[in-house]
Design a protein. Structure first.
Length: 178
């Protein structure tokens, strides 16, 4: 897996994405166990040892990419993940940011991840879910071309095709670089 990571493709004007390291466990745990931030995420046990073990296990996988979003001073701002890669499909998720991250940093991180998945890994479809109460994120995903394909009591389930991502990339870029 590591030999497919191309750091130059994960660099933006405001942020870079870098692969998660064991040293990031405490930062990740602080985000994922924050009551406000985690209310729309799957629950995470507040156990540093388990988080370290999770990262160590992740590093053995060949169908997942887990990134830290960091600013240009290399300060961690958040996380993103590409997972469940099967054929040309994938899941993007674990998008969570620190409180004082700017919208440009947050959106650019998401843009870099999607661009990496579609253009470098050459994947075709992104499937993901968003909690119904997470209105801001729901609107964001719909704005750049993701379609609701299903729902249950808690979630909307989305599909974003490579074609729709590329068509709507200019929307991303305008939001980031206005």
């Amino acid at each position: 897996m590591a030999n497919i990571i191309q750091p130059e493709k994960l660099q933006g004007r405001y942020v870079n994405l870098r692969e998660v390291r064991v040293e990031d466990a405490e930062f990740i745990l602080s985000l994922r166990t924050d009551k406000n931030k985690s209310r729309y995420l799957n629950k995470t046990c507040n156990d540093l040892t388990k988080q370290i073990q999770y990262i160590e296990h992740y590093r053995t996988l060949d169908n997942e990419y887990y990134f830290i979003i960091e600013n240009k001073e290399f300060v961690p701002l958040g996380t993103l993940r590409i997972s469940n890669i099967k054929n040309k499909d994938f899941t993007a998720g674990s998008w969570i940011m620190i409180d004082n991250a700017t919208s440009e940093e947050s959106i650019e991180g998401e843009y870099l991840l999607k661009r990496y998945a579609f253009e470098v890994l050459n994947l075709e479809k992104n499937y993901f879910d968003v909690r119904k109460g997470n209105k801001r994120v729901l609107n964001f995903h719909k704005m750049y071309g993701a379609s609701v394909i299903n729902e249950d009591d808690e979630n909307y389930y989305f599909e974003l095709t490579k074609e729709n991502f590329l068509i709507n990339s200019q929307k991303f870029l305008k939001m980031i670089y206005q």
